[in-house]
Design a protein around this ligand. Sequence first.
Ligand SMILES: [Zn+2]
Length: 305
Amino acid sequence: MCPSPTRRAVILGAAGIPLALRGAASAADNWLLTDRNEIEAAKTKANQNAWAKTALDDVLRNARQALQAPLTLPDRGGQWPHWYSCTRDGVKLETVSPTRHRCPQCGTEYTGEPYDSVVLYGVHSRYAQSVRDLGLAFRFTGDAAYARRAGEILSAYAARYAGYARHNTAGDDKVGGGRIMAQTLDESVWLIPVAWGYSLVRDTLAAPDRARIENDLLVAAAEVIREHRMGIHNIQCWKDSAVGCAGFAAGREDLVKDAIDNPDRGLRAQIAKGVTDDGLWYEGSLGYHSYTTPPASTTTPAPTW
Ligand SMILES: [Zn+2]
């Protein structure tokens, strides 16, 4: 049992980083998101609790779907989801097809950009979730087919990443934009489950595949994210988490140190300067407090350090 986590520990736990730091399992069995002991504990819990079985079944169902779905990456990155609303009444659009987008309130139909690329935001997001769930399914079941599929998706992204144009929410190639997504924030939210999934299957992949995924995807994305420098800010916490997770997964200590120890924007600085004495995130909004401490705790245990 872990002791009650401090607020700092909760934040670090949400960042998805501490498991690798605390050394809960040997390095070979530490998969960043979880480890061998926790996989076994989760299986026991699923046998004893209906809610836990439901959660495990969800992961396995997602993974089976990812095994069966075609693997066809979009030809470009996604756009900002906030564009996906009716300009008359602000209602979120419905996707009729990849190139047709309709307001359910007034029936206005939208075509072209940025709407088409917002749909790709969802496509890329689902691939990231698939990598995570395929990795988990492999560790829960031992079925190598899950690991192979995760490796195929990761390799496909490694081959494409540099070819995706960096773009921001206006479509411009500027610092702050991403290659998969239109903001370094969204690039970070995308990269975290990708790094988790990679860590879960890493030791099943051939060395050349590992090198390509680590260098051409994980580190490359971390550098896009890291080039955009913010101070004490909820977005920077996500960026630190992504850079740290990618660094751990790729064995790049320099990235991990920057994510945690950078005196201006690392996670330690975020916690020291961003968490007020009453325990709330300084930006003064419960929304941003919750966003800075994302509910990743459902899959990331609280640390003990
Ligand atoms: Zn409308």
